[in-house]
Design a binder for this molecule. Structure first.
Ligand SMILES: *[C@@H]1O[C@H](CO)[C@@H](O)[C@H](O)[C@H]1NC(C)=O
Ligand SMILES: *[C@@H]1O[C@H](CO)[C@@H](O)[C@H](O)[C@H]1NC(C)=O
Length: 428
């Protein structure tokens, strides 16, 4: 069992890693080191780095719904987070059509969130400024949760990294883990690609979508899979941005499509929360290929290309929300890499039988909103204070329940020949 003077080594300075370091330091841990492979933080190709991430309490699982309300309360403290969080409201689509959406609605009502219920397209329209044209189908329904919105992810992660430094944490950049140092059934540190080693009483792996392909020495089985999710952006003019500025985030639980209001740089971002794509690559250590992120880091700008089919789908989904924007060219695309678990619950806990190794990852595309608070769960796990039901929920060796139906989980193989070209950035 570790104590507050133990040497804690955290791999990864993204949402899980930075938040964990912060919460351990807050509780008086004196030796916390975070190592990241990227020389720039937050890592430009990490899932914690982006224009924006949805901050919603609309979850079918009461635990996540309540924990999201805690996170939202934390985000609203501007002395800690400045203008990182934008309370635009989240318009959730799919009541009466998606069981996930219906239970999310019930949870939001029970928690006392500021909700407006809409049963048809006219109702939904009223969630937008009058000058905005929307094209919801007549029978669509949903609800506006005014206690939610979005966060500038890059800014949130940068601030968390600064907080870690301010509390006396050590952050080392540009170091990639090569292997875990193990002996007598216990992890005792990490060897890095630059030849250095760091010894630790506890190593916490928070390497997000790189986890599955990076630690062949531990049996990860099918616990984690890196899936690439397609994102596209449109550069609006100042005038258009002003017009769309007061729109809520739109999140459709039937298709997984979501679109943000424009950010301060007039960029409108959209994506689809779905099964995504796996990039299976052979690894020297494993006979079966393991999905590993294909990003701007590994492939330069080519790593930003999304499948053609997804460019098309994103545009058609956008047309069904904002028809007046649907023929504008995409200014950019990106594959955002999730670290998916089979049941979409995170993994927060010790590797079975090894008191020197813990995992804090498996965000499954829904962890970022919890940045201010997620590390408190990991800190609880470190000191063995995690609530028993959560310990079970997040255990590495839990029996996975059926996934939560917030999205389809059909994962397709990423084929280089099917990636979009410049032509796919404009309407066909
Ligand atoms: C909210 O809307 C849904 C779908 O239209 C409907 O089934 C539900 O009864 C409504 N709830 C309330 C409290 O009005
Ligand atoms: C988001 O945060 C980053 C990092 O602080 C900042 O550079 C960027 O301008 C912000 N974006 C917007 C649109 O405010």
């Amino acid at each position: 069992m570790v104590d507050k003077t133990s040497d804690i080594l955290i791999l990864g300075a993204g949402c899980f890693g930075a938040s964990t370091a912060y919460h351990l330091l807050k509780r008086g841990f004196t030796s916390v080191t975070v190592v990241d492979r990227s020389t720039v933080l937050p890592a430009p190709d990490g899932a914690s780095t982006d224009f924006n991430r949805i901050v919603r309490s609309s979850y079918s699982e009461p635990f996540y719904a309540r924990f999201a309300r805690e996170a939202i309360a934390a985000w609203k403290d501007q002395s800690e987070w400045g203008d990182t969080y934008h309370e635009s409201g989240v318009l959730v689509l799919g009541t009466g059509e998606s069981s996930y959406c219906d239970s999310a609605y019930d949870n939001d009502v029970t928690m006392g969130a500021r909700i407006t219920n809409f049963s048809d397209a006219d109702g939904l329209r009223s969630a937008f400024p009058p000058s905005i044209k929307t094209s919801f189908s007549e029978t669509s329904s949903g609800y506006l949760n005014s206690d939610g919105g979005w966060a500038n992810a890059t800014k949130g992660t940068s601030l968390m990294v600064s907080k870690v430094l301010a509390l006396g944490g050590r952050i080392l950049r540009g170091k990639t883990a090569k292997r875990l140092l193990q002996g007598n059934g216990r992890t005792s540190g990490v060897e890095f690609n630059d030849g250095t080693t760091i010894r630790a009483d506890l190593v916490i792996v928070a390497t997000g979508s790189w986890t599955a392909s990076s630690f062949p020495e531990v049996q990860l089985g099918d616990k984690f899979i890196a899936t690439g999710q397609s994102v596209a952006t449109i550069q609006l003019t100042a005038e258009e941005a002003l017009k769309y500025n007061d729109c809520p985030v739109v999140l459709d639980f039937k298709s997984g499509f979501y679109v943000f209001p424009p950010n301060d740089d007039y960029i409108l971002k959209m994506a689809i929360h779905a099964g995504g794509y796996a990039n299976f690559e052979p690894t020297p250590q494993s006979t079966t290929p393991i999905s590993t992120p294909r990003t701007i880091g590994s492939h330069g700008v080519d790593g930003l290309r999304i499948p053609k089919a997804m460019a098309k789908a994103l545009r058609e989904h956008l047309r069904a929300v904002y028809p007046e924007l649907a023929d504008k060219p995409f200014s950019g695309t990106r594959l955002c890499w999730y670290n998916d678990t089979p049941d979409e619950d995170w993994v927060i806990g010790y590797y079975p039988g090894d008191q020197g190794l813990m995992f804090a990852t498996g965000g499954s595309g829904h962890a970022f909103k919890f940045l201010p608070v997620i590390g408190s769960l990991v800190a609880d796990a470190v000191t063995d204070d995690l609530d028993p039901s959560l310990k079970q929920r997040f255990a590495f060796d839990r029996k996975c329940r059926a996934h939560d139906l917030s999205r389809s989980l059909t994962v397709l193989p990423l084929q280089e020949s099917e990636l979009r070209t410049a032509e796919d950035l404009v309407p066909q």
